[in-house]
Design a protein around this ligand. Structure first.
Ligand code: SF4
Length: 212
């Protein structure tokens, strides 16, 4: 499977302490997408879903948030990852997809079988911002599939502007929900390293995750 980014510990991509995985490639192409670097299905890194699931299962986190790109564009690989992850232990799974809920529930039941909570629907700039935390536009819908996050779904927290700054080697990786129109100069951390002199880079990528 192709991934755009993995943050192994975050507190701004869903409730509690979680891992966040951005899958590479998206066929939906919402105008105003905040992660344009993640749209090319040939970009990012190639990872074996079983090995990635084992890596995730060993992390000291409550669960996993799946973002993109569009996670469901790699449904077969995603199912392999999630079934392995579920088999390895107690792991909450939250899926952010740009597909509307009627498509998700009819075309991807095998993925829903492995998820606890889904945010569904494309990013619509005309309906942005959204007063809900982690949600990009007011057309997007929330679906609790198990009891794990049902209380969260029933009393969804209010939006807040928040970012994390992660140090990775000589790069700085930023994720979260920054102020509108914040410039994010610099290459994606998974791109080939820039020629010398090397210096810390600001990643625009992980970012602005309000969408899908
Ligand atoms: S907002 Fe999400 S669903 Fe829409 S184009 Fe961007 S990655 Fe794809």
């Amino acid at each position: 499977m192709r991934i755009a980014e993995l943050i192994k510990l975050t507190e701004v991509e869903g409730p509690g302490r979680r891992a966040a995985l951005w899958l590479q490639g998206c066929s939906i192409r919402c105008p105003g997408c905040c992660n344009p670097e993640f749209l090319d299905p040939h970009g990012g890194q190639d990872r074996d879903p079983l090995a990635l699931a084992d890596e995730l299962a060993a992390l000291p986190v409550e669960g996993l948030t799946l973002l993109g790109g569009e996670p469901l564009d790699q449904a077969a690989e995603l199912e392999i990852l999630l079934r392995r992850l579920r088999a390895r232990g107690d792991f909450g799974v939250i899926l952010f997809t740009g597909y509307p809920w009627n498509i998700v529930r009819t075309r991807f039941p095998q993925i829903l079988d492995c998820c606890d909570l889904v945010k569904a629907g494309p990013f619509e700039a005309a309906h942005h911002p959204d007063p809900r935390r982690w949600i990009g536009s007011t057309n997007q819908t929330i679906h609790a599939l198990t009891d794990r996050y049902r209380n969260l779904a029933a009393a969804w927290p209010a939006a807040r502007r928040e970012i994390e700054i992660h140090l990775r080697g000589d790069a700085i990786v930023i994720n979260g929900t920054p102020l509108p129109d914040t410039p994010w100069p610099g290459p994606h951390p998974l791109e080939p390293p820039a020629p010398a002199p090397r210096r810390p880079v600001l990643s625009p990528t992980l970012p602005l995750r309000r969408s899908p």
